[in-house]
Design a protein around this ligand. Sequence first.
Ligand code: BJW
Ligand code: ZN
Length: 248
Amino acid sequence: MEFAGSSSIPAKLRERFQSAQKVLVLTGAGVSAESGVPTFRGGGNSAVWKGMPFDVISSAQMVERDLDAVWEWFDYRRNLLKELKPNPAHDAIANWQDRFGEFTLVTQNIDGLHQQAGSRDVVEVHGSIWRARCISCHEAVSIPRVGLRPNECESCGDRLRPDVVLFGELLPPGAFEYAAHMAARGDLCFVVGTSALVYPAASLPEIARANGAYLCEVNPERTQLSNFCDSVLTGKAGELLPLLNIDL
Ligand code: BJW
Ligand code: ZN
């Protein structure tokens, strides 16, 4: 396994990057950290909202018990996001989409920053904070960046909820299956800014590696995936990923 600090890209990885045909990138909260988006875990901390651990407030049970509290938590985060911009990690990844024969970006993030950086066809396995959906008929609706968030379903009049995947909920139909299919086809897989603890998303790098892909993790901290990777880039995604775009 190759390890690298924040100033260098291992030769083998650079070689793989230059010859790869089918690339899959899995991102998590860490890719948005340098934009100012708080992560859920990492640095020994865990996100808390009004005294509630995030896995309690971001859970299917809480939607049933107190949908207003769930909205308050998501409204707060949407408000923060309005001011934030993509960082060099988002930009570097957006740059890759036209560089390889086949490129798939799978994100666990709900913040929309990859799309803001210009990434297309992003597979959002945990949904989007910029959409709501009806608790009865499941119709989805966009939430505008300015102005009021819609509260009721236009089709059936029932309440809306955030269109995100909470703990204990199924991923959007087909999203994981598609991501897993692309992971199995890839020859190079990057895992960027995720603690790789939340399943099924965390199984995508395992699927890629099991099917012969070269696996590279980019994270300032070690994760349960690190030992399993061909290359571990230890540092910030916004500093390391742009280095790959520099042809030496
Ligand atoms: C940097 C950086 C920088 C910092 N540069 N890096 C198998 C085993 C055990 C449990 C399960 C299992 N399969 C399913 C489960 C249950 C559960 C699960 O996985 N639990 C585990 C925690 C144990 N999974 C689910 O419930 C999923 N549903 C499901 O499986 O359905 C089937 C089912 C139904 C019913 C019962 C059982 C199964 C759904 C998961 C949905 C996750 N939702 C959340 C919240 C979304 C809404 C919201 O935003 O509030 O998604 S949880 C939260 O974690 C969020 C994230 O997308 C997700 C992943 O977190 P991520 O992105 O990895 O962030 P962090 O904070 O953990 O890590 C950040 C990393 O960045 C750190 O490593 C830092 O070091 C690094 N970093 N700065 C690069 N500058
Ligand atoms: Zn409805």
